[in-house]
Write a protein that binds this ligand. Structure first.
Ligand code: UFG
Length: 329
């Protein structure tokens, strides 16, 4: 049985579908603070998954799951992930993302579960010293969200030394798109991410998409990011688990497309995919946005055999289908 924490959330739910399709038995653990019960209901229609509601900050909640099921490995998504909020409320991030994971690791050790795939982030690198960013780039996060994820990476390294707990840390760049069949998708409240915000501005009157700054040191002045498709990302988690099962050693991989797209590029692609003009205005920069982030993901390709297949346009098209579903809820 594979335990997927945060399986009711955006990336978690897509990964659950990938694992269902590959024939794994799954139990999802989620506190439903950001995840949705509707997502769990959808997943339960797709496959025979178990769901346990609980919070990693309460070690008893997670202990119960390990007592009830024979867990072979953990895929760990459950975390808060808003950079801005982490600056104003750092304790929330350290308590949940760092301390919550410590509870999870201790419970794994107690129950002899020695494999975990962890949802880390390119935010652990901080302000880039060079691009593309490879796994050797120094890690110097510039916000508590990134620090909380780096703390977990460090804990995992030390739990390997102390207890032989093997971990694969996957550092995602910007995740985009939704399930090709629109069964699950990106469902954040509030929504802060670029592509859903562009698409949301096409629903209802008077909504204008806001570009946060066009005076960055980039060719068109808007920030550059690496948008990796969520279904491609989900596949990487399965490859990571298979690698752990095969090699039984800890490692870290960047997950990105290795292609940088500016905010303006992404906006233009949205207009093209939708075949319509979208209202837009340029406003002030958002605090804490680096000008340019994109991945060197060669290691995931060569070592894990990961082949990201979807384009930015694919991600926009699937995200739009999902937004249409969401707008009717
Ligand atoms: N942006 C806009 N308008 C919007 C929303 C975003 O112009 O309405 C811009 C941002 O300023 C940024 C780019 O679009 O330049 C991407 O912003 P997102 O909020 O979509 O993504 P981030 O790059 O800020 O954050 C993502 C993840 C984080 C992760 C981070 C790593 O959401 O969890 O990448 O850098 F930590």
């Amino acid at each position: 049985m594979i335990l997927i924490t945060g399986g009711a959330g955006y990336i978690g739910s897509h990964t659950v579908i990938n694992f269902i399709n590959a024939g794994y038995d799954i139990v999802v653990f989620d506190n439903l603070e950001n995840g949705h019960i509707e997502t769990i209901e959808t997943l339960q229609k797709i496959g025979n998954i178990k769901f346990e509601k609980g919070d990693l900050r309460n070690i008893e909640d997670i202990e119960k799951v390990f007592n009830k099921y024979k867990i072979d490995a953990v895929i760990h998504f459950a975390a808060f992930a808003l950079v801005g909020e982490s600056v104003t409320n750092p304790g929330k991030y350290y308590r949940n993302n760092a301390f919550g994971t410590l509870n999870l690791l201790d419970t794994m050790v107690k129950h002899g579960v020695k494999k975990i795939v962890f949802s880390s982030t390119c935010a652990t690198y901080g302000e880039p010293k060079y691009t593309p960013i490879d796994e050797k780039h120094p890690q110097s996060p510039i916000n508590p969200y990134g620090t909380s994820k780096l703390m977990v990476e460090m804990m995992m390294k030390e739990y390997d030394i102390a207890y032989g707990l093997k971990s694969i840390k996957l550092r995602y760049f910007n995740v985009a798109g939704c399930d090709s069949l629109s069964r699950v998708g990106e469902w954040h409240e509030p929504e802060t991410h670029l592509i859903p915000n562009i698409l949301k501005s096409t629903f209802g009157e008077g909504k204008t998409f806001k570009i946060f700054g066009n005076d960055y040191d980039t060719p068109d002045g808007t920030c550059i990011r690496d948008y990796v498709n969520v279904e491609d990302l989900a596949q990487a988690h399965r490859l990571a688990l298979e690698y752990l099962n095969r090699e039984n050693k800890s490692d870290v991989f960047n997950l990105g497309t290795e292609k940088g797209d500016s905010v303006k590029n992404v906006f233009d692609s949205c207009e093209k995919v939708l075949g319509q003009k979208i209202p837009v205005e340029v406003v002030e920069r958002r605090a804490g946005d680096p000008a340019k982030l994109y991945a060197d993901a060669n290691k995931a390709k060569t070592v894990l055999g990961w082949k990201p297949a979807k384009t930015l346009e694919n991600s926009i098209a699937s995200a739009y289908e999902w937004e249409k579903t969401l707008s009717k809820r």
